[in-house]
Design a protein. Sequence first.
Length: 196
Amino acid sequence: MELEQVRDNLRARGFRAEIFPDGKAASDYLNAAIDGTTVGFGGSVTLKELGLDKSLSTHNDLHWHWVGDSTERDRAMNTEVYLSSVNAMTEGGELLNIDGTGNRVASTLYGHKRVYFVVGQNKIAPDYEQALWRARNIAAPKNAQRLGMKTPCAARAERCYDCNSPERICRGLVVLWEPMFGTETEVLLVREDLGL
């Protein structure tokens, strides 16, 4: 897979897209691009690994339920800028996210002036079927395990069992084919494995 082709495919769909050699370069870019505004974070191991909560909060008003109380989730949904990652994306530029609560996927669709997705190379799959497989069988079980959920996938962390557990985190799937109207959407492709 050539990241240059993935970037070009994203641009053809209307996304802004750039390639970064590593997470530090992507983090530096975001710290320069996002300044003096309100910033919301979706639940993202990628963002945590990059330390973006710490660096961006030094010069922005940042809201993230992982570092604050439960009211931070609502505050994050009402910011000018929103950051997230994806559970998977296709080489053709489709962005896939599975969610249990809905705040993260809702915020990538509506309500913010700018949305940024930070995507490590490990999340890119050749096509939609393989991207969906990755989201369900790699990202979701690892996230369920990380969250301490009582689901078959969390117990074994090997694949999705399409369970009906009350603690199931796979409750909705969002696929972005193109940016939503009225939202500047940028995808940062990173030549490094990031997140789950």
